[in-house]
Design a protein around this ligand. Structure first.
Ligand SMILES: *[C@@H]1O[C@H](CO)[C@@H](O)[C@H](O)[C@H]1NC(C)=O
Ligand SMILES: *[C@@H]1O[C@H](CO)[C@@H](O)[C@H](O)[C@H]1NC(C)=O
Ligand SMILES: *[C@@H]1O[C@H](CO)[C@@H](O)[C@H](O)[C@H]1NC(C)=O
Ligand SMILES: *[C@@H]1O[C@H](CO)[C@@H](O)[C@H](O)[C@H]1NC(C)=O
Ligand SMILES: *[C@@H]1O[C@H](CO)[C@@H](O)[C@H](O)[C@H]1NC(C)=O
Ligand SMILES: *[C@@H]1O[C@H](CO)[C@@H](O)[C@H](O)[C@H]1NC(C)=O
Ligand SMILES: *[C@@H]1O[C@H](CO)[C@@H](O)[C@H](O)[C@H]1NC(C)=O
Ligand SMILES: *[C@@H]1O[C@H](CO)[C@@H](O)[C@H](O)[C@H]1NC(C)=O
Ligand SMILES: *[C@@H]1O[C@H](CO)[C@@H](O)[C@H](O)[C@H]1NC(C)=O
Ligand SMILES: *[C@@H]1O[C@H](CO)[C@@H](O)[C@H](O)[C@H]1NC(C)=O
Length: 388
């Protein structure tokens, strides 16, 4: 890691403006239209600069650091272990770890929640919430917490970023440029890149967070969220219940295989989805109304019956067109309700909930969805005998 601030290494150029094969003059430009941080533009393509790795259209990170991301609908690249896919929706605990502060012999605790929405059934990151807990500057035997919520809303190809924090009563402020704040003697830099990536350097904790919301299908922007942790800040991970752990996992004995082992879910995508649906933000009003109850129902469903949902009712979680039509009125609230009804049918034999789920499809979806084999198979099922 160099000691320079990250924007001084921002050497990017818009790929969209270049014709294939042209030699790019990207040496002193900082357009960042599609490239991520720490990239260089070579012959019109984004590439990671030397000693950095990652996806140059999203973010390149120092090879010595720990790195986790959720991107490319919906792939989780954890701090360790193999990457896995998960159908993530609503509030999800992405990372939770402790580091040593660079500027004092003290610790720093990070918790990062991400909030994913669906547009046309496709996943994207809409909100993030990070919390930093450090020893209080006035009384080091106590901790002080900073809680920051960031929301990205896109309208007419323009992304509006709103930020709010606990120290200022969660009063929303719109971000229009780069700025720096000092909180608990720690300098936090917010960097709004023209590539529509918002990055946050919490340098005293050695933590770098960034995210890019969903734009349009036709841009090269890769939406997603990442967290990079400097190895010099000696990250430490707590132990977690295997079905409640952050998606980034962390210490050497955590990975998706453990979740699969404990839940009996043999498919890594389904195990990842289970984890994403059950580890959300404790009820805070920020998550979809029906998420906490759906999450609890999933968690406390008999394991064998839960597998029925994950194996046979998987279409409810993975079919983009179906997700789009069942959630057309109230968005994720409707989607969580739909999943909950199917769960209640499977877990408690509720004929009523089975019919509710069928009605939700029949009322909101067109023939292109209703006639899909998995969906029509569900619609033809006898709600009174759920084991068929
Ligand atoms: C964050 O800021 C620190 C101090 O300014 C710098 O050393 C570090 O490289 C920055 N992190 C990233 C990922 O750019
Ligand atoms: C970019 O910088 C490199 C190294 O400094 C130099 O060799 C090259 O000529 C520059 N390219 C352009 C197009 O200016
Ligand atoms: C850029 O492309 C040209 C033409 O294809 C090639 O000759 C040159 O080696 C490439 N340069 C780099 C740095 O890849
Ligand atoms: C990359 O790392 C190697 C080995 O640590 C070092 O020799 C080299 O100078 C680094 N390159 C850059 C561009 O920092
Ligand atoms: C940091 O604090 C711990 C516990 O108070 C102490 O054992 C250690 O020596 C300190 N390290 C430094 C570098 O001050
Ligand atoms: C402060 O936070 C640290 C790191 O998470 C934790 O170990 C410690 O117990 C906390 N102290 C208090 C007084 O809550
Ligand atoms: C958004 O941008 C895309 C790609 O540049 C363009 O095709 C589309 O028409 C734009 N939409 C609006 C509403 O401006
Ligand atoms: C933030 O700083 C970088 C580097 O100085 C610059 O390229 C970028 O345009 C700035 N963002 C805004 C919104 O001013
Ligand atoms: C899976 O669980 C069993 C029983 O709890 C345990 O003995 C085994 O070591 C676990 N395997 C892995 C890969 O975690
Ligand atoms: C549905 O299943 C129940 C219980 O097995 C059975 O009594 C009923 O006749 C079935 N209905 C139809 C239409 O097959």
């Amino acid at each position: 890691m160099t000691t320079s601030y990250f924007f001084t290494v921002c050497i990017f150029v818009s790929v969209a403006q270049l014709t294939p094969g042209a030699v790019a003059d990207c040496n002193n430009t900082c357009d960042c239209n599609n490239c991520g941080f720490n990239t260089v533009c070579v012959n019109g393509s984004c590439q990671c600069k030397a000693n950095y790795t990652g996806n140059p259209y999203f973010h390149c990170y120092d090879v010595d650091n720990l790195y986790c991301s959720i991107s490319s609908d919906p792939r989780v690249r954890p701090f360790n272990g193999p990457s896995y896919n998960a159908n993530i929706m609503g509030s999800t605990r992405m990372a939770s770890l402790r580091t040593t502060r660079s500027d004092a012999n003290q610790s720093c605790e990070l918790t990062l929640f991400t909030y994913t929405e669906r547009v046309e059934g496709k996943l994207y990151v809409k909100d993030a919430q990070y919390q930093i807990k450090v020893p209080s500057p006035s009384n080091p035997t106590r901790n002080s917490s900073l809680v920051v919520q960031i929301t990205a809303v896109k309208r007419n190809n323009v992304t509006t970023w709103t930020i709010k924090n606990n120290l200022q009563g969660f009063i929303p402020q719109i971000i229009t440029g780069n700025f720096t704040v000092t909180v608990f003697n720690c300098r936090i830099q917010y960097y709004l890149c023209p590539s529509r990536l918002l990055a946050i350097n919490i340098s005293c904790c050695g933590i770098f967070i960034g995210f890019r919301p969903f734009m349009t299908k036709d841009t090269k922007d890769m939406p997603g969220i990442f967290v990079e942790v400097e190895s010099a800040n000696k990250p430490l991970f707590d132990t977690w219940e295997p079905t409640n752990e952050p998606l980034c996992l962390g210490s050497e004995f955590f990975d998706i295989l453990r979740v699969m082992n404990v839940t009996g879910i043999s498919d890594p995508t389904k195990a990842g989805t289970y984890l994403a649906l059950t580890n959300g933000l404790p009820a805070s009003g920020g998550e979809p109304e029906n998420q906490p109850q759906t999450s609890a129902d999933l968690k406390f469903c008999n394991a064998a019956r839960r597998l029925l949902v994950l194996d046979y009712e998987w279409f409810a979680l993975s079919d983009a067109k179906l997700i789009n039509c069942v959630s057309v009125n109230e968005g994720l609230d409707d989607l969580f309700l739909f999943i909950r009804w199917i769960l209640n049918w499977r877990c408690t034999n509720s004929v009523l909930r089975c019919n509710d789920a069928k009605n939700q499809i029949l009322t909101n979806c067109g023939p292109n969805v209703i006639n899909q084999p998995a969906v029509s198979d569900f619609l033809n099922r006898n709600c009174s005998s759920p084991q068929n």
